[in-house]
Write a protein that binds this ligand. Structure first.
Ligand SMILES: *Cc1c(COP(=O)(O)O)cnc(C)c1O
Length: 216
């Protein structure tokens, strides 16, 4: 299928309340432009260097979502333009984002990345760390940013019961924190599991290879 067919095919499977973040990592700017021309505005990248190469050559109204592990010393390079940092995985990183947002005279929207997968290869906060950080945020500790939601990745396994369990951990935390302050975004689901994620309450999916083809 063509890029356009893949894109329309994914869109057609998303309920109206679910946002699509097109994960463009490893794909060149021309391909991103093709999807942009179909109307897509939210794109996800996971490497600062790569994002810095693409951002200047692509339209200004692209909403860039940073979705990879972010080193604190690199926050400054993206703080001026990034729309959402979905991958806040430490308090130290959040403090740095708050500082850089202030320097850029803007508020930065962020998601707390929670480690829900049983595999221990992935980054992310524990549920307790996320709660603690959210409380600090409610107490005014991070005046230059908005925590607008949560992000998580399930294990790469075939066992749907396990994936469902992992997504449910995040959905429960989302509901719990939303009682303290309403959260907007529950970002979970990728090419292989986005339908399951939506069943589990996701309202923002990050889809790459199902649109651009597999990465090599
Ligand atoms: C690469 C990536 C995705 C997209 O993965 P696909 O399987 O290609 O859809 C989603 N989220 C994160 C955090 C990623 O790094």
């Amino acid at each position: 299928m063509s890029l356009e067919q893949n894109y329309q095919d994914i869109l057609s499977q998303l309920p109206e309340n679910v946002k699509l973040v097109t994960v463009s990592k490893t794909n060149p700017a021309e391909k991103i432009k093709e999807v942009y021309n179909l109307g897509q505005r939210a794109f996800g990248e996971n490497k600062v260097q790569e994002l810095l190469e693409k951002q200047p050559v692509l339209p200004n109204d692209i909403e860039w979502h940073f979705i990879g592990h972010l080193q604190t010393n690199k926050v400054k390079y993206i703080a001026g333009f990034v729309a959402v940092i979905e991958s806040i995985d430490s308090e130290k990183l959040l403090k740095e984002v708050d500082k850089e947002a202030s320097k850029n005279n803007r508020k930065i929207n962020v998601l707390l990345q929670v480690k829900i997968a049983k595999e221990d290869t992935k980054f992310g906060l524990t549920v307790d760390q996320a709660k603690e950080i959210f409380n600090d945020y409610l107490n005014g500790n991070y005046p230059n940013l908005e925590i607008t939601g949560l992000m998580g990745m399930a294990s790469f396994v075939d066992d749907k019961t396990q994936i469902r369990e992992e997504f449910s951990i995040l959905k429960n935390l989302f509901d719990e924190l939303s009682e303290l302050k309403p959260l907007k975004t529950l970002s979970m689901g990728m090419s292989g599991d986005f339908l399951l994620a939506i069943e589990c309450g996701s309202n923002s999916v990050r889809v790459g290879s199902a649109i651009f083809g597999s990465r090599f």
